[in-house]
Design a protein. Sequence first.
Length: 310
Amino acid sequence: MKFRSVLLSCFLCMGILFSSCSLNKVATKAVANALSGTGSSDVFTGDSDPELVAGALPFAIKMYEALLSMQPSHQGLILTTGSLFIMYANAFIQGPAEMLPVEAFEEKLIQLERARLLYLRGAAILASGLEQKYPGWGDAYEKGVLDKYLAKLKKADVPFIYWHAAGVLSAYAMNPFDLDLGMRLPELTAAIARAYELDPDFNSGALDDFYVLFYSSVPEGMGGDPSKVELHYRRALEKTKGLAPGPYVSYATAVCVPAQDYATFKSCLESALAIDIEKDPPNRLVNILSQRKARYLLDSAPDIFIDLDP
């Protein structure tokens, strides 16, 4: 109901945008505040129908982009628009592409490239927000002054850092030969570490889940550290209070598959599937998608583990 009323306000405002320049700014700012305020994303993340959200998100993203073009300095719009690009790329482009059958190899490559470009698009929007708040942020690492900028960050900046790093690193994971993105790993590592200092409980352990994937996947010389994976995995489980399948799926894919540890892999995914997603309504959508991935991984185990008898 809240989202529908906001949309109605949006369309009403669009009808009067051309009456005056000042009214244009007031109207678009009011809509921007409503669409990027606290709880505005629950209409997507709390939905129980992934296909419905997958169909609605492209329109929503373009609407946010249109508003952002009229309010380019609106921090709430920057965060919402950038993070939606990254969420959409992960949940509805990369995720389904990775589950395509072997015979759809060419289509898989096309979709993964599309996801990579969307990741970078979202990350660029978020980077613009950080640059607006902290002029010079974009080239601070190259100039050797990143520490000075990191010291300025506040708790409110953590979502920007998290989603920006997630977008860049997701794009890099799809093409490890991208030297430009690879050169940015130390910068992203330092920024995420600062974000963890400011808000270690951000989004119920999202940073810990991030670290499970980061420390286990990135080479040690570039910031990876396998010795820290177990610590952050346990913290992620603790902070999500056992209500999120995500940490189990992350550990199964990032740790158990490379180690060819099928027993732990199976245990993690069964734990993910045993979670009652109705106990965490605001995160219903992401939990449904995580459980879908868990089922897919269990079904695909014979293709993943060398010694497993089909």
